[in-house]
Design a protein around this ligand. Structure first.
Ligand code: T4K
Length: 420
């Protein structure tokens, strides 16, 4: 058992023993009932039907549609390609407005198809796309809005739906983080023209790799279903032809088994969230991102904001410090998309709220593999670092003043601070 850290010298960054013997990761897959998974895989092998909309995929689609409260679900091999299917199914062209505070996949999905992602700023409190900023970004070339339910917290759905209808542009939601969540009591899944879930291994419901388009628009679902199977059966010609974006039966077997565990995983995530909030409450300059308790939440991301003006500690140094302790936290989502190539050099955009949030946020480990004791120890480290941030930063700079890579990191940190 590693002892509690009481002083800066106890931190692994300064030569102390790492707080965790094994890496504690953000994004560890939630354990599933393996015997159920193997039963399903054996059943698929016996059934000799391994992909192309087999029975397990159909069952998975039905259960996802029920959870999302919609009529249609088309399961895909990942969420990135599911976003692309929407582009083709709706023949989108020109510009697509989206927040920059998201995973690169949202932007890359449309860029890959030759459309232009146009980044707009987010609400400084929620981190979700701000309808006023979307409005300001609309041009005659805009064909759609891809809003993102960031970290699972739903966007201003009503505001965006009204805006899109008034402007005559399509509205879709990247709901990669938001399965099982609600907005004003309505499940995520039925908003806009369609929504997209991700079932990547790191997600609350995982099918190894996987995604889905969910919608109440039967015609759109029909087109997406045809396009994800080479365009076969599509009566009207699609300029794109079609692609292969099908979910396999092995992925569906995993997805179904993961859905079986969904409620239990959410209970565990919620309890983790409550422990983090308790442990970090009252630490100046450290705020745990809150979820609306009146809604359903899957709590799959545990996000903390670090205010360097208060703590004297930059998020990037905290990340580094935690990694030295074997806590593999993630800077979701930093850099923001407009700060990434190929976007950065194409348009010089300044998005103050996005940049500020992006430089401050850190996702800490949660999920079923993370225990209450793990959280207590992670929070002890964060508390020590945040309450003695200025001293810690000075000591670290001193220790690394001759170290070129480190000097570069510190330059990057100052750059982030300047931008933020
Ligand atoms: N839209 C949004 C808003 C998204 O966040 C994403 C994906 C998408 C669209 C696209 O969805 P997909 O096309 O992937 O279905 C991870 C995930 O790979 C990515 O799916 C996810 N968002 C993003 C937020 O996180 P990375 O670049 O952080 O790296 P990764 O997956 O290698 O590792 C993340 C952490 O998870 C590490 O601590 C290691 C751990 N891990 C990962 C895997 C794969 C495990 O412990 N076990 C594993 O099997 O992207």
């Amino acid at each position: 058992m590693v002892e509690m850290k009481r002083d800066l010298g106890d931190l692994a960054l300064f030569g102390g023993r790492a707080g965790f013997l094994q890496p504690l990761l953000v994004g560890r897959p939630n354990p599933i009932d393996r015997s159920r998974l193997f039963d399903r895989l054996n059943w698929a092998l016996d059934n000799q039907w391994l992909t192309n909309g087999g029975p397990l995929t159909q069952e998975f689609e039905k259960r996802v549609a029920d959870l999302a409260g919609v009529r249609n679900c088309v399961a895909t091999c990942n969420a990135t390609v599911a976003l692309q299917l929407l582009v083709h199914a709706c023949a989108l062209t020109g510009e697509v407005i989206m927040p920059a505070l998201t995973f690169a996949a949202t932007a890359h999905a449309v860029r890959w198809l030759g459309l232009e992602p146009v980044f707009c700023d987010v609400d400084p409190l929620t981190g979700c796309v701000d309808p006023e900023q979307v409005q300001a970004a609309i041009t005659p070339r805009t064909s759609a809005i891809f809003a993102v339910h960031l970290w699972g917290r739903p966007c201003d759905v009503d505001g965006l739906e009204k805006l899109a209808a008034d402007a005559g542009v399509r509205l879709f939601f990247d709901a990669a983080h938001a399965i099982g969540n609600t907005s004003a009591g309505r499940p995520v899944g039925g908003f806009g023209g369609a929504e997209v879930f991700s079932f990547h291994a790191t997600k609350v419901v995982n099918s190894f790799e996987g995604g889905a388009v969910v919608t109440d628009d039967d015609e759109l679902a029909r087109r997406v279903r045809a396009l994800h199977n080479f365009g076969l059966g599509l009566e009207e010609v699609s300029s794109a032809g079609g692609t292969n974006a099908k979910m396999s039966e092995a992925s569906a077997a995993m997805g179904l088994t993961s859905l079986d565990a969904f409620e239990e995983v959410v209970r565990h995530n919620k309890s983790n969230y409550e422990h983090y909030r308790t442990e970090l409450s009252g630490v100046p300059g450290v705020a745990v991102l809150a979820f609306d308790e009146n809604e359903q939440n899957n709590y799959q991301y545990l996000v903390v904001q670090i205010d360097e003006d208060v703590t004297g500690l930059h998020r990037d140094l905290l990340l580094r410090l935690l990694r030295a302790e074997n806590v593999v936290a993630q800077p979701y989502f930093s850099p923001a998309c407009h700060q990434l190539e190929p976007y950065r050099s194409r348009r010089n955009v300044h998005l103050p709220h996005t940049e500020r949030l992006s430089a401050r946020v850190i996702a800490l480990p949660t999920g079923s593999t993370v225990s209450r004791e793990d959280i207590r120890r992670v929070c002890d480290i964060v508390r020590l670092a945040a309450t003695r941030g200025a001293e810690l930063t000075a000591r670290w700079r001193q220790a690394h003043s001759d170290d070129q890579p480190t000097a570069r990191v510190m330059r990057d940190i100052s750059e982030w601070t300047r931008v933020g």
